[in-house]
Each structure stands twice: as structure tokens, then as C-alpha cells.
Design a protein around this ligand. Structure first.
Ligand SMILES: CC(C)(COP(=O)(O)OP(=O)(O)OC[C@H]1O[C@@H](n2cnc3c(N)ncnc32)[C@H](O)[C@@H]1OP(=O)(O)O)[C@@H](O)C(=O)NCCC(=O)NCCS
Length: 159
């Protein structure tokens, strides 16, 4: 288990640009560039850094070193807006920090934040990590295809 701290991006807004780059490199292919590109990703995270409630982002830090993040948002993929109105999104741990329990901690902190925010049902979609989320209490809740990629929908009741 890593000794990393998990805190709101609002406490360290200078990390927004780096996070946006990581996120866009990893997930850019899921989105129409007209809907989500690096500039939009950066603007969204700078906006998240202005508040501690949804839509917002939590980050993991070792000292001042950025290790990862997770976001709690109102919408993720526009095609899934009819599915739910509260989403865990953009879970990311930098490669050299993986396998130490940090991803699981970020997910739990995001669910706890959703509970404090009064979210009754929290959603996510994942192309390949359903078993990771299932081990943390998330339930399979259907499937979808985003820009040709099959994804699993999952949900959890935070409160
Ligand atoms: C997915 C990701 C966040 C996991 O982060 P991590 O810090 O390595 O995860 P953890 O160390 O907390 O792993 C927790 C548990 O899940 C397991 N696990 C990790 N990745 C997994 C996967 N892809 N599938 C199944 N189990 C997985 C670990 O073995 C560990 O199990 P254990 O508790 O029995 O030891 C990380 O690999 C990542 O950032 N990937 C790129 C971005 C991404 O795909 N994000 C998810 C989008 S849906």
C-alpha cells in the first residue's frame, strides 16, 4: 500500500495541465475531437480545480509528485447521458505507480465523495477493467459501444 495522499485538485491546481495530457493520451480515441480534445480536457480540469463538489477531480500525490487521479462528473460520454447523471470517470494511475493499491483507493475515495454529495446511483463505463471494479463492489449494469469500442456499464449505490 502506497503512502500517497489523496486530495482535491482544488488543493494543487497546477497539476491540471499534466493530468489533462495523461488523460487525453489515454482516452482521446474514445471521443470525437469536436467533443473532447486536449484543450477541452485542460479546460475541464481547470474548472474542476475551482470546486470540491461534482464535477470535480481528486488527485493522488507522493509529496508534490502527481501519481494519478479520478473524477466525479455529471456526464462522461455524451452517448450515455440518458443512462445516468453521476459518473466516476478518468481513473488513471501513472504506470510506475500501478499495482500498489492506489487505483483502488482512488475509486473508494470517489465513491465516498459521491455519497457525501448525495449521489444515489453512481455509474462508470470500462472497456477492460470490469473485474477490477467488481472487486470494489461495482455491479455489471449493461453494455454499450463507444466509437466502435465495446464497453461494460457498471454501477454502485454510494450512500
Ligand atoms: C486501472 C488502474 C487505474 C489500476 O490502478 P492500480 O493502482 O494499478 O490498481 P490497484 O493497485 O489498486 O489494484 C487493485 C486490485 O485490482 C487488481 N487489478 C489492477 N488492474 C486490474 C485489471 N485491469 N483487471 C483486473 N484486476 C486489476 C490488482 O491486481 C489489485 O488486486 P489485489 O487487491 O488482489 O492485489 C491503472 O492500471 C491505470 O491507470 N490504467 C490506465 C487507465 C485505465 O485503464 N483506467 C481505468 C479506466 S476504466
Amino acid at each position: 500500500m502506497t503512502a500517497a495522499r489523496i486530495l482535491p485538485l482544488a488543493d494543487c491546481p497546477g497539476h491540471a495541465a499534466t493530468l489533462a495530457r495523461w488523460h487525453h493520451e489515454h482516452w482521446g480515441h474514445f471521443y470525437d475531437p469536436a467533443d473532447w480534445d486536449l484543450a477541452i480536457a485542460t479546460a475541464e480540469l481547470r474548472d474542476h480545480a475551482t470546486r470540491r463538489g461534482r464535477p470535480t477531480t481528486l488527485v493522488a500525490l507522493d509529496g508534490d509528485r502527481l501519481l494519478g487521479s479520478v473524477s466525479l462528473v455529471d456526464e462522461d460520454a455524451p452517448e450515455l447521458n440518458d443512462v445516468g447523471d453521476a459518473w466516476l470517470a478518468s481513473l488513471y494511475v501513472r504506470p510506475e505507480a500501478r499495482g500498489q493499491g492506489l487505483g483502488a483507493r482512488l475509486v473508494r475515495e470517489c465513491v465516498a465523495l459521491a455519497a457525501r454529495e448525495g449521489v444515489r446511483r453512481l455509474w462508470l463505463f470500462t472497456p477492460e477493467h470490469a473485474s477490477f471494479y467488481a472487486a470494489l463492489g461495482w455491479r455489471p449494469a449493461g453494455s454499450a459501444t463507444l466509437r466502435g469500442v465495446p464497453v461494460q456499464l457498471m454501477d454502485i449505490l454510494p450512500a
